[in-house]
Write a protein that binds this ligand. Structure first.
Ligand SMILES: *C/C=C(C)/C=C/C=C(C)/C=C/C1=C(C)CCCC1(C)C
Length: 252
């Protein structure tokens, strides 16, 4: 009973923390602002996921607990950024590029840690797996950021970003991370396969949004934000759920 109470206190603290930006927020959400509504829905989903992953991390404990805690951190960091991004969108109607990339800069490396952690949880991973994935992430995000804010040509930013992503894909599909996963038990292997499928398919939504928004100019800022929002919802929450599935299937 005491542990349940303790878990709930921590989870409630997390939720309260994530809600803080709304208290300071004065923006008015309009009923026909669908992108604004998607910002709102996703921020709440991120808070709910945080409470869930956090509570489960404490319940499951051990090595899997650490992986679930990192999943909770990803959604917590995203929840806070989503409150701010919604505010920028609702008050100015502008794309909150800086907040978006600060969020990605924190959450994507945390997800790369997840690849390392789920392999390390079963003792088959070398630390350099994380470093390789981190370098791929930085190249991908810096290229995209410079392109989106206009510091470099949008096409050049895209090419640099793609190089980083392709490197990550190579590393998890046939490089060292893939090789290590082969020695892992079935539950880890299946989580690993689903996670890398998310990195291939779910992540593809971002470069598509970038091309449409910045290179062909065929979507407006509202659609671009809508596309990025849906992508974040899939790639942060579903990604965490895959880890939860692996963690709890070991339990059974
Ligand atoms: C939680 C946030 C996630 C998983 C964000 C992922 C972002 C990307 C996969 C972005 C990729 C991009 C490219 C592959 C090319 C150029 C531009 C980017 C940064 C949008």
């Amino acid at each position: 009973m005491m542990t349940i109470l303790k878990n709930w206190k921590t989870a409630a603290a997390a939720a309260a923390f994530a809600f803080m930006p709304t208290i300071a927020s004065a923006a008015n959400l309009q009923s026909d602002d669908y992108v604004g509504i998607s910002f709102w829905l996703i921020s709440i989903a991120m808070v709910a996921s945080t409470v869930f992953f956090w509570t489960e991390a404490r319940r499951v404990g051990g090595k899997w607990g650490v992986s679930l805690l990192v999943a909770a951190l990803v959604t917590l960091v995203a929840a806070v950024h989503y409150f701010y991004m919604r505010d920028v969108w609702a008050t100015t109607g502008e794309t909150p590029t800086v907040y978006r990339y600060i969020d990605w800069l924190i959450t994507v490396p945390l997800q790369m840690i997840e690849f390392y952690l789920i392999l390390a949880a079963v003792g088959v991973a070398a630390g350099r797996i994380f470093w390789h994935l981190l370098i791929g992430t930085l190249v991908m995000l810096l290229g995209g950021y410079f392109g989106e804010v206009g510091l470099i040509d949008a096409t050049l930013g895209f090419i640099i970003g793609m190089l980083g992503w392709v490197y990550i894909l190579y590393y998890i599909f046939s490089g060292e991370a893939a090789q290590s996963a082969k020695n892992a038990p079935a539950s880890v292997q299946s989580a690993f396969s689903t996670m890398r499928l998310i990195v291939l398919v779910g992540w593809a939504i971002y470069p598509i949004g970038y091309v449409l928004g910045y290179m062909t100019g065929s979507v407006d800022p509202a659609s671009l934000n809508g596309i990025y929002n849906i992508a974040d919802f899939i790639n942060k929450i579903a990604f965490g759920l895959m880890i939860w599935v692996a963690a709890t299937s070991e339990e059974a």
